[in-house]
Ligand binder design. Structure first.
Ligand SMILES: Nc1ncnc2c1ncn2[C@@H]1O[C@H](COP(=O)(O)OP(=O)(O)O)[C@@H](O)[C@H]1O
Ligand SMILES: [Mg+2]
Length: 159
């Protein structure tokens, strides 16, 4: 396993089609634990929400996970609560989130955060980064980075 920065590990997965990304999202969702923060990085159309849907399905979320235009954080019920943040369209999202990214109740569920780069230094190091490269019909290269050893279970689950 390649070392990245101290204490973190990374794994790269090729997802040639949407079904492969779904499979990865399902595998990740299965090992999710309360209090986890999963950051989904990638350009518009990379597949962040696509992966979030699969992650939610693995948590038993039956409601459709969408990209709400005016809602900063959507909450879904599964075996754990799922909090989905997609601040793409919210101009002041970074300020709002930096003030309280992790609310108390988020400790009881899993938080999926799209556009984490908008939060800059406000992100805790204890998190999983999921970086999606590729767009359109191209294959996606998805890199998982475990910020702390605890998040290594996601890398193991990715196979
Ligand atoms: N390998 C792939 N993985 C994920 N999505 C893919 C892949 N190939 C094509 N797509 C398509 O790319 C689009 C990604 O959209 P979406 O998940 O909403 O992006 P984002 O949330 O990153 O803006 C979807 O229409 C999806 O079907
Ligand atoms: Mg999205």
């Amino acid at each position: 396993m390649p070392a990245t920065t101290s204490g973190s590990r990374a794994r790269r997965i090729l997802c040639p089609d949407p079904a492969a990304t779904t499979k990865l999202g399902l595998a990740l969702g299965r090992v999710a634990r309360a209090g986890d923060l999963v950051c989904l990085q990638g350009d518009l159309g990379a597949g962040k929400t696509h992966l979030a849907k699969a992650f939610g399905a693995a948590l038993g979320v039956t409601e459709t996970i969408t990209s709400p235009t005016f809602v900063l954080m959507a909450e879904y019920q599964g075996r754990l609560p799922l909090f989905h943040l997609d601040p793409y369209r919210l101009a002041d999202a970074a300020d709002a989130l930096a003030g309280g990214l992790i609310e108390d109740r988020q400790a009881e569920g899993v938080t999926l955060l799209e556009w984490p780069e908008r939060l800059g230094d406000a992100l805790p190091s204890s998190r999983l980064d999921v970086r999606i490269e590729g767009a359109g019909d191209d294959p996606r290269q998805i890199t998982l980075v475990a910020g702390t050893p605890d998040y290594g279970r996601y890398l193991d689950a990715a196979g």
